[in-house]
Structures are given as C-alpha cells and as structure tokens.
Design a protein around this ligand. Structure first.
Ligand SMILES: [Zn+2]
Length: 338
C-alpha cells in the first residue's frame, strides 16, 4: 500500500503533473467532455491547439435583435407577441423559441401529432407577427436544467446575436417555465465567455435579459421595469390567440369536449371564438391597468391614460444593466422623454 509520503511524491512526478494538466484542459463538468484550449502557453504543443474561438460579428444593419424563450408553443406569443409585432414593424429582428414541443398540452391528443400541430400554430403566429420561430424537440413537462440544455440556450442566443433576451422568471408555476427561466439566466454572461461552447462564436457584449410577467408572489413578485403599449398591434396579438387553437379555442390540457362546439354549427363556432377573444382582450387590458403608473413614466400621464393594452417586462440582474436611455433605445416605442 502506498503511504502518504509516497502519494505526495507521486503528484510531483512529471507524468502525474501532465495527467493533471490534461484533466484541466479537458473539461468534465457533466455530460460529454468538451475540449478546451489553454489560455496561456505552457508546456502544451502549440500545433495541437485548435484555433481560438471567434467572436460573433455585430449586426451591421442598425436593427435590434431580440430572442424570446417560452416553456411551450404559446408562451412567447402571450407574453411578448404585441411587443414583438411592434419591434418587427420597425424592422427589428425577433425570434421566439419554445423550449418544449408541447406534446402533452391537450385533453384529447398527445405525442407527435400534437407537437406537429402546435408547431404549425406558432408558425402561423410568426407570420402574423412578422418574426421567426423555433420549437425545440423536448417533451412537454420534461424540460430539465442540464448542461446540454444550457449549451443549447447559449448557442441560440449567440446565433441570433441577441441584444435583448426575454424569458419566464424562475419562480413561475409550471416546471417547464421555471426551468426555461433558469436555463436562460444560466446562459446570461456565459454567452460572452469564449471557451464556453467554443463551437459557437461568443458575444462580446452581454445582452439585456428581461423577464416576462407572471402573478406569482414568492419569493418575490414581478416588478415592471418597462411597459409597452400594444394597442396598435392588438388585432395581431388576438389573431395569434385565435391561431393557437389547440390551446385556447379547445382549452389545451385542461380543456374538454364541452368547450368545442360542433364544427357544422357556425353560430356556435363564432360564439366560442368571440368568447376566447374577449377573455384574452380583458387579460391584455389588465396588464395596462396594473402598470399604468410605470406606463406614465415612459410615455407621459396623458398618453398612459389612453393605453388599453400592454405587455410588461422586468430586467434580470444577470444581463447587461441598461440605463433609462438605453432601455428607450431597446424599446423604441416612446416618443417623449419623461
Ligand atoms: Zn407554458
């Protein structure tokens, strides 16, 4: 048996030092080991080192780039559909990402057919809003905070060269929402670290990360830092609600056959569509009512009083912390300064 002195000596042997260095170069933090280049010279053979990762070039068209993450194929649309339509109308680039495929989100159907149906629904929404959309092929209800998923989120933010990133807060009611929020928070800052995910060009500037609104109070309630009037695009947002038929017209996983009229009864179908529209119009109006004081900070008290529909966002501390002036640049919807 090797005594302590002998073990200590062993660490000093060059072969052991070399093995230790190799272990440090090849990260083993969960999942598949990723090769990392040495940051400084040392004893490694320079010829064996891969080229340095390249930073993503900045977008040069003067347009903002926004990426929104939601747990399911309907969350981004509900949380940020109006603001996305306003950005898109100004020529800015918006992408929605659903972190699961929504394949258990219905009372009557599930699996592949539902996932395909829901992807088609959000693709229709993307057309309505003038944006891009992507659905990750992860089962609904099974999203986990893994290294693989952190890398996926990091790559998506980098590939979009995002200026703004929006997600759920990590204390939302649904595990897929919570873990989406956690994964996106975990990607904040790491998107700027060159040797994290060196296969995808890193960002040289941490984006501004924001949370979409929820009503949960613990451990802390949502605080609106920016509120966007969406009156001028409300018809587009309500058209998305209509397009997300499996979730709202049919009621999603908590719906039932009593919600869905006989398709041949056109009056009943129209009444059901109107009922859904009114429910959601009231929900979007309640956002403006809740945050009218904050609205007034951005657009003045007179204009704020006239706003009927809004969306609200909270700044995440882990992204870049925008000044009030930068916030107005990133949300270029307000004519007057306070
Ligand atoms: Zn959801």
């Amino acid at each position: 048996m090797m005594n302590l002195r002998a073990m200590f000596k062993c660490w000093l042997l060059p072969a052991c030092v070399g093995a230790l260095a190799a272990a440090c170069i090849w990260g083993t933090g969960g999942g598949q080991a990723q090769p990392r280049e040495q940051a400084t010279g040392g004893a490694a053979d320079p010829a064996a080192l891969a080229p340095l990762p390249q930073a993503a070039p900045p977008a040069e068209d003067g347009k903002l780039r926004i990426i929104v993450f939601g747990g399911h194929p309907d969350d981004c649309e509900l949380d940020a559909g109006g603001t996305a339509a306003r950005w898109a109308a100004l020529g800015h680039k918006v992408k929605f990402v659903s972190c699961t495929n929504g394949d258990i989100g219905h009372w009557r159907m599930a699996g592949g057919p539902l996932a395909l149906r829901r992807r088609t629904e959000v693709q229709r929404c993307a057309q309505i809003l003038g944006i891009e959309t992507e659905v990750l092929d992860i089962h609904d209800g099974e999203l986990m905070v893994t290294m693989e998923n952190r890398r996926t989120i990091c790559r998506l933010i980098r590939e979009w060269r995002a200026d703004v990133v929006i997600s759920h807060r990590p204390n939302d009611y649904h595990p897929d929402h919570r873990y989406t929020g956690q994964l996106v928070m975990d990607a904040a800052y790491m998107v700027t670290v060159p040797y994290f995910c060196p296969d995808t060009p890193y960002l040289t500037r941490n984006p501004v990360f924001l949370f979409s609104e929820d009503g949960f109070q613990r451990p802390n309630p949502f605080t609106a830092d920016v509120v966007v009037p969406i009156d001028e695009v409300i018809e587009r947002k309500l058209a998305c609600v209509d397009a997300l038929e499996s979730q709202f017209y049919e009621g999603g996983c908590n719906g039932g056959p009593e919600l869905v009229p006989d398709p041949s009864d056109s009056a009943a179908v129209a009444a059901r569509r109107q009922q859904v529209r009114e429910q959601f119009a009231a929900r979007f109006a309640a956002v403006a009512d809740r945050h009218r004081q904050k609205l007034a900070e951005f657009c003045g008290a007179d204009a704020a009083r006239k706003v009927r529909y809004a969306e609200a966002f909270e700044i995440c501390e882990y992204g870049r912390r925008p000044s009030d002036q930068e916030l107005r640049t990133l949300f270029p919807f307000f004519e007057r300064s306070k």
